[in-house]
Design a binder for this molecule. Structure first.
Ligand code: PXP
Length: 238
């Protein structure tokens, strides 16, 4: 079954709004695991506006499932990941002030840079996933760079799903099949939610992992985090 990694950045944003420790990010991560999450994802941005560097260290020592750290591999991020050694790092090409990730790597244009960085992380025993748009050429060059997995950017899937679900799936077919053909692991993330998640994994049951933050945390306001994780895990079962 596709694994659910809960992105807890939004919980850190809420905490940071008041400067104290409410909600408690570490307790939230523990609870997500207890309620059935298969992993925890964080995206520590350079301005520390949500998850901070010190959170990343604290979380590493308590997470018992799988820790995934996302970010743009500038030197401070590389140093942090090599120091913390999560199970997985996801390379995302977003700018410092970007609201949220909104595109994948041009893996062909950045082949040399990605190859060097991927080698560095793999030598440290960290699985490397590269965030790409749903383009088979980008998947192919991620494989050439030595990536273990690609994470398909599902923002356009979510936009299209509400208008035309069949077309939404079709937009991802070639990239998802290319990953499978090349023996790359497959992750997916961005704007996945309880409406559109099941159709995605039913169409591409070889998806290894989804990482979900915004919609999941919003659902938890109504359902509670325990029930929310149950419902996302149900949506993942096919
Ligand atoms: N994957 C990547 C690479 C991301 O940057 C994000 C957002 O931080 C997500 C997945 C999760 O997206 P969402 O918050 O829309 O579920």
């Amino acid at each position: 079954m596709t694994r659910l990694s809960v992105n807890i950045n939004k919980v850190a944003t809420l905490r940071n709004a008041r400067g104290g420790n409410l909600p408690d990010l570490e307790q939230f991560a523990r609870d997500c695991e207890a309620y059935g999450a298969s992993g925890i994802t964080v995206h520590p941005r350079p301005d520390e506006r949500h998850v901070r560097r010190q959170d990343v260290y604290a979380l590493k020592s308590l997470i018992t499932t799988e820790f995934n750290i996302e970010g743009n591999p500038e030197q401070p991020f590389i140093d942090l990941v090599l120091d913390v050694r999560p199970e997985q790092v996801t390379l995302v090409p977003d700018a410092v002030d970007q609201l949220t990730s909104n595109h994948g790597w041009d893996t062909r244009a950045h082949l040399a840079k990605l190859t060097t960085i991927i080698q560095l992380f793999k030598r440290a025993g960290i699985r490397v996933s590269v965030f790409v748009d749903a383009d088979p050429v980008m998947v192919e060059y991620a494989a050439k760079a030595g990536a273990d997995r690609v994470e398909l950017y599902t923002g356009p899937y979510a936009d299209m799903y509400d208008k035309n679900p069949v077309q939404a799936i079709d937009m991802y077919r070639l990239a998802a099949e290319k990953a499978r053909e090349l023996g790359l692991g497959l992750n997916a993330g961005h704007d996945l939610n309880l409406r559109n998640l099941h159709a995605f994994v039913a169409a591409f049951p070889w998806v290894d992992e989804v990482s979900i933050g915004h919609a999941l945390i919003a659902d938890a306001l109504y359902l509670g985090i325990n029930e929310t994780i149950k419902q996302y895990n149900n949506a993942l079962s096919i």
